[in-house]
Design a protein around this ligand. Structure first.
Ligand SMILES: *[C@@H]1O[C@H](CO)[C@@H](O)[C@H](O)[C@H]1NC(C)=O
Ligand SMILES: *[C@@H]1O[C@H](CO)[C@@H](O)[C@H](O)[C@H]1NC(C)=O
Ligand SMILES: *[C@@H]1O[C@H](CO)[C@@H](O)[C@H](O)[C@H]1NC(C)=O
Ligand SMILES: *[C@@H]1O[C@H](CO)[C@@H](O)[C@H](O)[C@H]1NC(C)=O
Ligand SMILES: *[C@@H]1O[C@H](CO)[C@@H](O)[C@H](O)[C@H]1NC(C)=O
Ligand SMILES: *[C@@H]1O[C@H](CO)[C@@H](O)[C@H](O)[C@H]1NC(C)=O
Ligand SMILES: *[C@@H]1O[C@H](CO)[C@@H](O)[C@H](O)[C@H]1NC(C)=O
Length: 350
């Protein structure tokens, strides 16, 4: 029980406690003349449900695959001859994996994949790297060699490029539905992120539920983001690609935790929705809205880049930072090694 306190107010476990806590905060702020809207919103019950042994079997199964189109297996959105060019089956023969981690990686990022395997990729969870196709046979041969050594690559038949990222994200959902339906939680992340996997496994088992959840999308949500129209923007989108002025609420794509039912609902929705290339917006925004789901904020469980730099740059042992689940994206390989070292040291003494 005491364990839960370590996560502070990041994600109150009991809806009632959360409501009381928020009400008190709001009353206090109201007393100071205004109660901000985002606090008021938290008064509603969480949008996800946690499972207990009693209702695991009584609920409908999370993957009703018969609801998919007959040619679903060979389809990825608008690609009609889809296949996995490299595949692995780490989930076969076990039906009780707590955490599956699928990492978006570019074919050339060999060093980033090695760093993850040496650090937070180790442990009771499963980590696979998601790739698209490459054009050079020599590059493909290198990936096949890497796959034979590490058995952790999943490569889909679409060209690995910037504007094809949505194929990769939907491939993550597809792969989970077909090859790892027993996983209780899916984490979609990127290869320049630090995931505090020991703390994340504790968090899932103790603060959420070891039996899993329903309707869960845990991430850093953005609301009211404008569509970028400037030609100077890397994220420029034409009105033809996306007519609206604003995106729906969506998640920062570098750490998104899904429950299995959500994986299925978003996958099914993706297969019948027109392609849009910004994968965070499309999968965790547009498709989430179409499936009537809601994102839950990770809040204080994310280490900001400022905190990461303070940690890796000093001799600090991290005691001043508290528990965190994710280090922000765009970390260097040495940042990731250093954070892993700190996490290991901290666990060794506690
Ligand atoms: C499972 O049962 C618990 C306790 O009755 C309840 O709080 C929870 O919402 C249920 N979960 C689902 C998905 O129905
Ligand atoms: C794992 O299971 C999938 C289907 O769920 C099957 O296609 C595949 O051949 C299996 N692989 C191994 C190595 O057992
Ligand atoms: C990838 O590696 C796995 C495990 O060694 C192997 O079963 C599979 O055939 C490999 N795939 C390819 C296309 O080489
Ligand atoms: C992926 O991207 C490339 C160029 O960026 C494009 O030519 C290709 O058609 C895209 N789609 C697929 C499914 O590979
Ligand atoms: C979402 O809610 C709307 C309005 O209640 C409903 O029309 C629609 O069918 C729902 N969509 C899904 C996928 O459940
Ligand atoms: C970390 O350092 C602080 C002082 O900087 C010290 O009080 C604390 O005991 C250390 N904790 C660990 C786990 O080494
Ligand atoms: C990521 O980090 C590199 C160097 O560490 C820097 O050059 C680059 O601008 C950063 N990119 C983003 C998007 O922050």
């Amino acid at each position: 029980m005491l364990e839960k306190r370590r996560y502070g107010a990041g994600l109150p476990t009991s809806p009632l406690l959360a409501a009381i806590f928020t009400a008190v905060v709001c009353l206090f702020l109201w007393y100071l003349s205004s109660c901000p809207e985002h606090l008021a919103v938290q008064l509603v019950a969480p949008s996800y449900l946690l499972l207990l042994p009693g209702n695991v079997t009584s609920l409908p199964p999370p993957y009703p695959m018969h609801k998919l189109a007959p040619d679903d297996r060979a389809t990825l959105i608008d690609v009609k001859d889809f296949a996995f060019q490299l595949n692995n089956y780490p989930c076969n023969g076990s039906n009780s994996l707590l955490l599956l981690v699928l990492v978006h990686s570019a074919p050339g990022n060999v060093d980033k994949r090695r760093t993850i395997r040496e650090t937070w990729g180790r442990g009771a969870h499963r980590v696979l790297f998601l790739l698209g196709a490459v054009q050079s046979p020599a590059d493909q041969a290198a990936l096949e060699e890497e796959n034979r050594t590490h058995r952790d690559l999943v490569q889909g038949r679409f060209l690995d490029s910037y504007r094809n990222m949505t194929y990769k994200h939907v491939m993550a959902l597809k792969w989970t539905a077909y090859y790892c339906p027993g996983a209780r939680y899916l984490l979609k992340t990127d290869d320049d992120v630090f995931v505090n996997t020991p703390a994340l496994l504790d968090f899932l088992a103790q603060d959420l539920s070891p039996w899993g959840a329903r309707r869960l999308i845990l991430c850093e949500p953005f609301s009211s983001a404008y569509v970028k129209r400037s030609y100077r923007s890397k994220w420029r989108v034409s009105p033809l690609e996306y007519p609206g002025r604003m995106y729906p609420a969506y998640c920062a794509g570098w750490a998104v935790l899904y429950s299995p039912d959500v994986v299925f609902l978003l996958y099914r929705e993706a297969q019948r929705t027109e392609y849009f290339w910004i994968d965070d917006v499309h999968v965790t925004g547009t498709l989430v809205a179409r499936a009537n789901l809601t994102q839950t904020p990770l809040g204080s469980l994310v280490l900001s880049s400022h905190q990461v730099q303070a940690l890796v740059g000093s001799r600090s042992n991290g005691s001043d930072v508290g528990v965190f689940l994710f280090g922000s994206p765009n970390l260097s390989l040495s940042d990731i090694h250093r954070l892993w070292q700190l996490v290991q040291e901290r666990r060794a003494v506690s």
